[in-house]
Design a protein around this ligand. Structure first.
Ligand code: CP
Length: 309
């Protein structure tokens, strides 16, 4: 397939064929991760800057690992200690980094549209969205799809239940796009106060009771309560939240036998998920983390025109 994407901003216009092609490339990268020497010269000479305005463990570290395994030169930039503190704008920061030769910028930012904005302002560099506000987290959704696809082979006709704080979740929005494109039925569950108004427009169902939502589900996907993005009072207390919406073994037992338990991380134990489930045999949470490296390697390789020797 001829790869047409220079940037990875959201997944709105990604076709099923493109997603499946990407998953196939990620499988090659996944296999490469098992080799004794996990480095290939595919991006030798390319400079990638990781621009993180918000906290991150998984996205930041896995992008960095992916870049290094593809032999790119890597610069890690964070807002604290930078000239942003002296009033430099996002555009000027990005232009400065591009002037130093950046071929790609990975950005995580609290503002919706920040990655799209950079893609319009940068002259040559590719932009990878590592999460912008509550809008999009495309690489997370692709690694989620990869994790499930690797297990089931095909996601056509599978049912995905996403439970929790959908309103503030960029992961949920991106997951809905990619899993629906791959032929899944998606149901959202959680408190009504934590659901977006446009659930119907998203093409998914809403079932307030998680015990009903997980019926027939092949994948049970828990979301973190994003306290950093929400006002007080959207649900009574964390204890009550756990009792009504948290995933214990009893909830998972209502899903399909062997259903995958997924979570983007970081997890809050005993808030949205119990340890028996997070660390249980059905959990794919750490596999998702590993998938993050493989999927980001594949995206960098394809978008930057990597060459395998
Ligand atoms: N899932 C995810 O984006 O995790 P981080 O915030 O640790 O990157």
């Amino acid at each position: 397939m001829e790869w047409k994407h220079r940037h990875v901003l959201d997944l709105k216009d990604w076709t099923r064929n493109e997603i499946l092609f990407l998953l196939g490339q990620a499988k090659n990268m996944d296999d490469l991760m098992d080799r004794p020497i996990r480095k290939v010269p595919a991006l030798r000479g390319k400079l990638v800057v990781n621009l993180f305005f918000e906290a991150s463990t998984r996205t930041r570290v896995s992008f960095e690992l992916a870049e290094k395994m593809l032999s790119a030169d890597v610069v890690n930039w964070s807002a604290s200690g930078s000239s942003v503190g002296k009033g430099e704008t996002l555009r000027d920061t990005a232009w400065t980094l591009e002037a130093m030769g950046a071929d790609a910028v990975v950005i995580r930012h609290g503002s919706v549209g920040s990655a799209h904005y950079l893609s319009k302002k940068l002259h040559r560099a590719s932009v990878f969205n590592g999460g912008d506000g509550a809008y999009s987290h495309p690489t997370q959704a692709l690694l989620d799809a990869y994790t499930a696809w690797k297990h089931f082979s095909s996601l056509e006709g599978r049912r995905l239940a996403i439970i929790g704080d959908v309103l503030h979740s960029r992961v949920a929005r991106s997951d809905v796009q990619v899993f629906r494109e791959l032929g899944c039925e998606v149901v959202l569950s959680g408190p009504e106060t934590l659901m977006p108004l446009d659930v119907a427009a998203m093409g998914v169902a809403y079932e307030p009771d998680p015990r009903k939502a997980v019926k027939g589900a092949d994948m049970v996907y828990l979301l973190r309560i994003q306290r950093e993005r929400q006002e007080e009072g959207l649900f009574p207390s964390l204890d009550e939240y756990y009792l009504r919406y948290g995933a214990g073994e009893d909830l998972v037992a209502r899903a399909e036998k062997g259903a995958l338990v997924m979570h983007p991380g970081p997890i809050n134990r005993r808030v949205e998920i119990d340890s028996t489930v997070a660390d249980g045999t059905q959990s794919r949470i750490l596999q998702q983390v590993r998938s993050g490296v493989a999927v980001r390697m594949a995206l960098l390789y394809l978008c930057l025109g990597g060459v395998m020797a």
